[in-house]
Design a protein around this ligand. Structure first.
Ligand SMILES: C[S@@+](CC[C@H](N)C(=O)[O-])C[C@H]1O[C@@H](n2cnc3c(N)ncnc32)[C@H](O)[C@@H]1O
Length: 518
């Protein structure tokens, strides 16, 4: 292990994953909700990801934002080689992947409008966190936004010993890192099943082990075997970024910016009487037992002076119904709080945003909402986004009814390469949409259907998908069990192909991910 890695694993490669919170559109909207002017993105912008791993967030966002320049940094040269392979296969011209530790980055990299790090801050040594803060200080442009995710307290309090058990047992074992985490996991299950007192006293930790059994061993090695793994209180992280001159300006997912969607009503008085955001964030984590946070910090944030300014600053964003055929009342469980959206204003907004994606200024001008004060309308749109009724996108999304009868193709070389490589890979597949400025995730089986559809058309589609499935070693599940009978499997494949072509395909066409073949 190199000294620069400072206790971080470099002998096991990580797993690919796409995280939509890392998109400029999500960060911009979250900042704007908190009255902070976000960087403009319509013409050009610069984006730096620290610890990009296999780079699926970086490359998918680069494919979805061709006007942006994306730079990924990782100490693991295998990871950087994988990013470069995806960049070449996807014909991306706006990505640079740098094999380096954070301390050795050149000042010549310049300033960035967005700086992100996911799955890094809680897992690296204290001196590496200092290096990250130094990189942020040097490279985040004034007004730029930084996204940092980390394991949070108090949600990790009862789970911390899981990491301790895995790491301590793995250290006693022989073999490579993957073998040692496998052994450690078996030991964990053994003491859980034999009702070791820790698990008896912490029943939620006992249930947590079941989730670990479904995870890739490479993920578990990176999550639990790093020497300096730790979980932070919000105030500790805010203190660190504060000392680097950065201010907390919001969080993701969007509902976490609304404390009434995060804590039960009996705590809400506490929030109404506290105006200091740094204090309310801590209250929120205690009331909601937060275990993971995605926080946004800004360098020299510029605070919006009026609601009109917000309207101006984010009027390049579009809003639309999150899915077709949503009906009200719409109930959503956000972890601690279950909320319901209903009422005539939401009915009207849902109707207009189901027909077409619109900017905030266009929503305010729509005849059907005439008479409603602008502030009420904007609040309803924001709350609708927080509760998953509406989506925010970087550009307009067509809502014309699309025909799926003809031959279809995937216009983006990046998406074609992802589909060719990752279909039936056992993990979700993210495809880039230039219309939304972000990635959209499909199950790996749906990805295989799409791949077959675009490579060979509709003739014999279920048979081709079934043949591919049969040869892949990947099984379909029904009622939580693998389907082994060939006839039952064929029937499932047929109905999955039908469901895909009637439901997912029109949506992917609207996003510009699929187009009619020319
Ligand atoms: C858990 S992975 C997260 C990868 C990616 N962000 C994702 O979410 O898929 C953490 C990454 O940080 C990288 N890393 C750790 N310490 C580093 C350092 N000092 N300098 C550069 N990269 C580092 C690791 O190699 C690893 O790829």
């Amino acid at each position: 292990m190199s000294d620069a890695a400072a206790g971080y694993l470099t002998d096991v490669d990580y797993i690919p994953g796409f995280y939509p919170h890392m998109s400029p559109v999500a960060m911009r909207y979250a900042a704007s909700l908190n009255r902070v002017v976000p960087p403009a993105t319509s013409k050009s912008f610069r984006y730096l990801e620290l610890g990009c791993g296999l780079g699926r967030s970086l490359t998918t966002l680069a494919a979805a934002n061709p006007q942006g320049e994306f730079v990924g940094v990782d100490i693991n040269s295998n990871h950087i080689a994988a990013v470069e392979k995806d960049v070449a296969a996807g014909e991306l011209k706006n990505v640079q992947a740098i094999a380096s530790d954070f301390a050795s980055l050149s000042k010549d990299l310049g300033k960035f409008d967005f700086l992100t790090l996911h799955g890094v801050f809680s897992w690296v040594a204290p001196e590496v966190r200092d290096q990250i803060l130094a990189v942020a200080k040097e490279h985040l442009a004034p007004g730029g936004l930084l996204l940092v995710s980390y394991n949070a307290m108090p949600g990790w309090a009862h789970l911390q010993p899981i990491r301790g058990i895995l790491r301590q047992y793995a250290a006693l074992r022989q073999g490579d890192t993957v073998q040692r985490i496998r052994d450690a996991l078996n030991y964990l299950v053994f003491i859980r099943d034999k009702k070791a007192r820790y698990f008896e006293d912490n029943p939620r930790a006992a249930a947590y082990v079941d989730g670990l059994l479904k995870q890739d061993l490479r993920y578990l090695a990176h999550e639990y075997l790093n020497e300096h793994w730790t979980s932070f209180y919000f105030s500790e992280v805010a203190g660190m970024f504060g000392s680097a001159g950065m201010a907390f300006v919001g969080s993701l997912p969007i509902h976490t910016n609304f404390w009434d969607l995060c804590v039960r009503p009996e705590f809400q008085e506490l929030f109404r009487t506290t105006s200091n955001r740094l204090v309310t964030e801590s209250h929120k984590d205690f009331c909601a037992n937060t275990a993971f946070r995605w926080d946004i910090y800004a360098n020299e944030p510029r605070v919006m002076q009026s609601p009109e300014e917000r309207l101006k600053q984010i009027d390049d964003l579009y809003f639309r119904a999150a899915r077709p055929n949503i009906t009200l009342p719409h109930q959503v469980n956000l972890g601690v709080v279950t909320s319901t959206i209903q009422g005539p204003l939401y009915e009207t907004l849902l109707k207009i945003l189901s027909a077409k994606s619109l900017r905030l200024s266009e929503i305010l001008k729509d005849k059907s909402v005439k008479g409603n004060p602008a502030a009420d309308l904007i609040r309803a749109v924001d709350a609708g986004v927080a509760m998953g009724l509406f989506d925010v996108t970087a550009g307009p999304v067509t809502s014309t009814k699309t025909t799926t009868a003809g031959k279809v193709e995937i216009p983006s070389a990046f998406n074609r390469a992802v589909l060719a490589g990752d279909s039936l890979g056992g993990r979700p597949v993210a495809l880039a949409s230039v219309s939304t400025g972000t990635g959209h995730t499909l199950g790996d089986f749906d990805a295989a259907i799409l791949h077959e559809l675009t490579s060979g058309g509709t003739d014999g589609l279920p048979q081709r998908v079934d043949a591919r499935l049969a040869g892949s070693g990947r099984s379909l599940q029904q009622d939580g069990k693998p389907v082994t009978d060939a006839a039952a499997r064929q029937k499932l494949v047929e109905s999955a192909c039908d469901a895909f072509t009637t439901t997912s395909l029109p949506q992917l066409t609207q996003l510009g991910i699929v187009a009619s073949a020319t």
